[in-house]
Design a protein around this ligand. Structure first.
Ligand code: HPA
Ligand code: ZN
Length: 340
């Protein structure tokens, strides 16, 4: 059933925190074309419509192939600034007040784009977004899990001059066959440097990868994590230890993790007491930014107004915001919820 006007208004007005957003996944086809023109790059697509038509994925890898190819147009500091600024403008329209952005340095360094260019361009936009929109944000450096451990170590070393600019590390790319154990040592080093830890697990990979991300990588949040329900003891642990999952419903639909949003386990997990949050993952590829993810999930799973408020509260609590900012944000969310 389409959601009613009251929940529609609530979704718009709720102050949102986005915790699972790959900044490279916000590259809209229009920007892909304008940056390609700027750098004299010939794209393998005739038009913006042709790019969108190519976004028919059957699994994670079929998406990743296009996603990494699209990144080729990101070449200089201004490109990364433009990419992130476009995201913040859309996020602001969705009433996002805090965002923790993933970025994939290895996707860029392999093409000869220095990590400095990437981080400085993103930081420029984060500073501007704070000035213009009041949005706060953090950066989470992701290791590409299909590449060797040594490459992850080299990436962490290359990022050392920018340690102050980073909130934490994450793990993304093809999950199957690339278990958390492969990155246990590099995560230990990152944590010893004071970085927070999160990891993608249980999107396409088994529930055991979620357990291993917790026990071997010592992550504070699990990105996706939807396959946790294959292990009831794990679900009980997630509830007991209040470990947040950054769920991305439209991503799960587009990558065929679920066949239909109405079959998504999001509401079951929420009602079971798991700290689930709603996020957009790679919105330019999956057909919706965070507001649209709230809307589609509420509609497909009949989330109540109170449950939508809980989702927003979960995201605020699960964020890396300082305690005071968290408390202030939680009371704003509750105030909006009280008028729903
Ligand atoms: N999963 C794994 N890697 C990714 C994703 C994802 O959803 N998005 C961008 N890189
Ligand atoms: Zn992701």
């Amino acid at each position: 059933m389409p959601i009613d006007a009251a929940r529609e208004r609530l979704i718009q007005r709720l102050p949102k925190v986005e915790l699972h957003l790959h900044i490279e996944g916000t590259l809209e086809p229009e920007m892909m074309f304008s940056l390609a023109a700027k750098h004299g790059i010939k794209l393998p697509y005739a038009s913006v419509e042709a790019v969108r038509a190519a976004y028919a994925f059957h699994d994670l890898q079929s998406f990743l192939d296009l996603y990494y190819a699209g990144c080729d147009v990101l070449r200089d500091r201004r490109d990364f600034y433009a990419l992130a600024m476009a995201y913040f403008t859309r996020a602001h329209a969705d009433n996002v007040v805090h965002a923790e952005l993933f970025f994939d340095p290895q996707t860029h360094t392999v093409r000869g784009v220095p990590i400095d260019t990437v981080i400085l361009g993103l930081r420029d936009a984060m500073d501007d977004a704070h000035r213009r929109y009041g949005i706060t944000s953090d950066l989470i450096l992701c290791f590409l899990r299909h590449l060797p451990e040594a490459d992850a170590f080299a990436t962490l070393d290359a990022a050392l001059p920018y340690l102050q600019e980073l909130a934490g590390v994450g793990l993304d790319s093809g999950e199957r066959g690339n278990p958390p154990a492969k990155f246990q040592r590099v995560y230990a080093k990152a944590r010893s440097l004071g970085l927070r830890a999160v990891a993608h697990a249980g999107e396409e990979g088994p529930a055991a990868y979620i357990t291993d991300a917790l026990d071997l990588l010592h992550v504070e949040r699990i990105d996706h994590g939807v396959r946790c329900d294959e292990d009831p003891a794990l679900v009980a642990r997630l509830v007991r230890e209040q470990i947040p999952l950054t769920v991305c419903p439209l991503s799960n639909l587009k990558l065929c993790v679920v066949k239909d949003l109405r079959e998504h386990n999001f509401a079951t997990l929420l009602r079971r007491g798991v700290v689930v949050t709603i996020n957009s993952d790679d919105p330019a590829y999956f057909g919706g930014y965070v507001g649209e993810n709230y809307r589609a999930t509420a509609e497909a799973l009949d989330l109540t107004a109170a449950e939508l408020v809980t989702c927003a509260e979960n995201a605020a609590r699960a964020s890396f915001l300082p305690a005071q900012a968290k408390t202030a944000l939680l009371s704003k969310i509750r105030a909006v919820g009280a008028h729903a």
